[in-house]
Unconditional design. Structure first.
Length: 516
């Protein structure tokens, strides 16, 4: 009998404990409001890449719907750089320059909620950027980049709706509710680095802007997040300056990364939506603590393509196919298989010598009518701002060199070649920085070697160079024209001769890769 009484007491305690634990868990859940972010950055292509295996806006749309089904409190965010660069943006449709229109249509179809400005948005001129803004159905946030009007006035960028300009906010406060009716207020800001500067853009200091906006938001919100388009070192510094910011959804760097600085999380996905970050912030309304969990999702064939968005993507693919066919290009033709990634990132190409720069320069050397002493070209002609590996198609070559352009052969004096190379060094950081073949620079002695020999300022050299550069159009190269007395002769291919690859640097590169 005593044993039965003891067992009964144990069971009573056990079930009471379970009930108490279950009640505590329910209360804990009831106190949580969860907000989910689908975060991508630096997306230049709306179609899947690598033969359709990775990326694509139609897959982002599918993931978005999946996340919303799990949590209605879901925001889809793009942390800058989406209007440029893109190959299709260099073409025209119905007599008008495309200039990012394809991206806006795709993003509208996906259902993006908020975007921050990236430096490549300002590759567009002011009128084209305004058109794209007006066509968008999503929200723009800008805490430190503003419109610099003629006369010195500064005002926010904005969307023109029914003839009235609606300014981009510096900050936004959004309210989210859980099934129990409890609410949480989230503040958000967005900053961009001052790169690709244009006269129509005014930048305030992004650190100062972030601090000011955060100081305002923290008094009105339960937690604050940021959309940033900065170098990762600046993101880390910003997180140290603002320890109360829970999450910085970043862009500009093209490789996925996640870093925690104190209680702040900094994350960036891979460019071109090869991956996306899914962040979940769980805010406890009693403890006032926000917990951040982040998951990197591969955007690949495991995710189905949303049918409605796929229709939009196909429309623009068809438009580009027509444009490519007119140029005699086959987008699906595989020209090479690359095992080591080709680095075409802007920060690499414009500051150092890359394997992609070497490849293009070597292709130029191989294309000439007779042997050259060296080949040089301007880094700004490479606009993919990404890395490439695996199967390389003609479409990839077009993405690398969207503007094409003729390669010419030039006889010139050594003193002019030396000046060209010195100008290239001074152009570090911009599109006039040079990539080359058969050239070596001894930085310690500041000596140049061409084709294995010390450059002789009195010698005549025979080089391959873009016609664009020989027209004095690149930064700080205004002196480089046919009228320069140190230019002896320019040999140019016949444009009517379609088989001469020198008429288009893209065909130069394709021919070289196929011949390797």
């Amino acid at each position: 009998m005593k044993k039965l009484l003891f067992l009964g007491c144990v069971l009573t305690v056990f079930f009471s404990s379970c009930k108490t634990s279950q009640t505590a868990n329910n209360q804990s859940t009831e106190n949580k409001v969860e907000v989910t972010f689908l975060h991508v950055n630096d997306v230049y292509e709306i179609s899947p890449l690598e033969g359709g295996k990775v990326g694509g806006m139609a897959r982002i749309a599918t993931l978005r719907k999946e996340l919303i089904q799990k949590n209605p409190n879901t925001l889809t965010i793009l942390a800058g750089d989406f209007l440029n660069p893109a190959l299709i943006s260099t073409f025209k449709h119905e007599g008008k320059s495309i200039k990012g229109k394809q991206m806006i249509e795709a993003m509208n179809a996906v259902g993006f909620d908020w975007v921050g400005l990236g430096n490549h948005e300002f590759d567009l001129d002011e009128a084209d950027l305004q058109k794209r803004i007006d066509e968008s159905k999503f929200n723009w946030l800008s805490s430190n980049a503003f419109q610099h009007k003629k006369g010195g006035d500064i005002e926010p960028f904005g969307k023109i709706v029914n003839g009235v300009k609606v300014p981009f906010p510096k900050t936004t406060i959004l309210t989210f509710t859980n099934p129990q009716g409890q609410t949480v207020k989230m503040g958000m800001f967005s900053v961009v680095l001052p790169s690709n500067k244009k006269d129509y853009v005014y930048y305030s200091d992004f650190f100062e802007a972030a601090v000011k906006t955060y100081d305002i938001l923290k008094t009105e919100c339960d937690f604050v997040v940021g959309i940033t388009h900065l170098n990762k070192a600046d993101d880390a510094k910003l997180a140290e300056m603002l320890p109360g910011v829970k999450l910085l959804m970043g862009g500009h760097d093209h490789d996925n990364m996640i870093e925690r600085v104190g209680t702040s999380t900094i994350a960036k996905a891979d460019a071109n939506a090869k991956t996306a970050y899914v962040h979940t912030i769980s805010f406890d309304t009693k403890t006032r603590i926000a917990d951040v969990q982040s998951q990197l999702r591969k955007i690949d064939e495991s995710i189905a393509q949303d049918s409605a968005v796929a229709v939009v993507v196909k429309k623009w693919d068809d438009i580009m196919d027509v444009a490519l066919q007119k140029l005699g290009m086959d987008r699906n033709d595989v020209v090479s298989q690359i095992t080591q990634p080709l680095d075409g990132r802007e920060t690499s190409m414009r500051n150092t010598h890359t394997n992609l720069g070497d490849l293009i320069a070597k292709a130029m050397t191989a294309s000439t009518s007779k042997p050259v002493d060296c080949s040089i070209f301007n880094s700004g002609s490479v606009r993919i701002d990404d890395q490439l590996s695996g199967r390389i198609t003609q479409l990839d070559i077009m993405r690398i060199l969207p503007f094409g352009g003729k390669i010419v052969e030039v006889s010139l004096k050594g003193r002019l070649l030396e000046k060209i190379l010195e100008t290239g060094i001074k152009n570090k950081g911009n599109g006039g920085f040079l990539q080359w073949d058969k050239i070596r620079h001894d930085e310690a002695k500041n000596e140049w070697f061409v084709n294995g020999k010390l450059l002789d300022v009195n010698q005549e050299y025979y080089i391959a160079i873009p016609k664009f550069m020989m027209e004095g159009k690149e930064t700080n190269f205004g002196y480089l024209t046919s009228q320069n007395p140190d230019v002896q002769k320019i040999t140019e291919s016949d444009e009517k001769e379609m088989s001469d690859v020198r008429n288009d640097v893209r065909k130069v590169l394709i021919a070289y890769l196929k011949g390797k």
